[in-house]
Ligand binder design. Structure first.
Ligand SMILES: Nc1ncnc2c1ncn2[C@@H]1O[C@H](COP(=O)(O)OP(=O)(O)O)[C@@H](O)[C@H]1O
Ligand SMILES: [Mg+2]
Length: 218
């Protein structure tokens, strides 16, 4: 398949992958660095059997993950378009974490402990016709479930925003925190370390992360 073929419509160019819509209505995700598609596909198939809402995998090759296209806005787009729903959306994100709490981590994932998505922020949730669906499982591993919840909190808390969006964000966060266990705070230093190690971060973000860690541990 030639991704630049006009028949393949580019849907999204995320940080790591390009996502195309095929003429047959299926979606293709391809990592730009040539990372293998197999492990993410295997995990998604497992999660679907466990009843976690993820897109159905149709096919997988060395580089391409072909899956069901879930129509709908990302949760992040919905927060922007309907800021009055931010609190309810935050609670929905917390509910997705509670569903992951109940899933036994598959033995084929690295690490020990529970199943961690590690990037479960509103940009990786598609609000489909049957409810929210979690995408982007490429970074999943095993570990302390509280770290996964803390990673979500951190992602929502430190993104730079224009001032008029700050109210929606604080509602989103309040909704989210109302649905998660209070001892997530203890996992914040570990979550911050993962986040800061992952990509190049600007100074404003690094200081926002440090402030949140200090609030959680102080
Ligand atoms: N099965 C899907 N159905 C609908 N949209 C999807 C699907 N998979 C991915 N997307 C969209 O493509 C974007 C990028 O895909 P994602 O798996 O998050 O890759 P990246 O690692 O680049 O963030 C997602 O944020 C989502 O908007
Ligand atoms: Mg993503």
């Amino acid at each position: 398949m030639a991704p630049r073929d006009e028949a393949h419509r580019l849907l999204a160019a995320g940080r790591e992958a390009d996502v195309y819509l095929r003429p047959d209505g299926l979606l293709v995700k391809r990592n730009r660095a040539g990372r293998a598609a197999g492990p993410e596909a295997e995990l998604m198939r497992y999660l679907r059997r466990q009843g976690v809402p993820v897109p159905r995998v149709a096919d997988v090759s060395e580089t391409d993950l072909v899956m069901e296209y879930v129509p709908g806005p990302r949760m992040s787009q919905e927060v922007d378009a309907r800021p009055w729903r931010a609190g309810a959306l935050g609670r929905e994100l917390a509910e997705l974490h509670r569903r992951l709490d109940a899933v036994p981590a598959p033995g084929f994932l690295d690490g020990e402990g529970g199943l961690l998505h590690l990037d479960l922020h509103p940009g990786n949730v598609v609000l489909g016709p049957e409810g929210p669906v979690v995408v982007d499982w490429a970074g999943a591993r095993r570990g302390d479930r509280r770290v996964d919840v803390a990673m979500s909190w951190l992602a929502m808390a430190v993104a730079p925003l224009r001032p008029f969006k700050r109210l929606a964000r604080s509602r989103l966060l309040r909704g989210f925190l109302s649905g998660v266990d209070g001892d997530v705070r203890q996992a914040m230093p570990a979550a911050a370390a993962i986040r800061l190690a992952r990509h190049q971060r600007d100074e404003a973000e690094v200081s926002a992360v440090r402030r949140l860690v200090a609030d959680c541990t102080g």
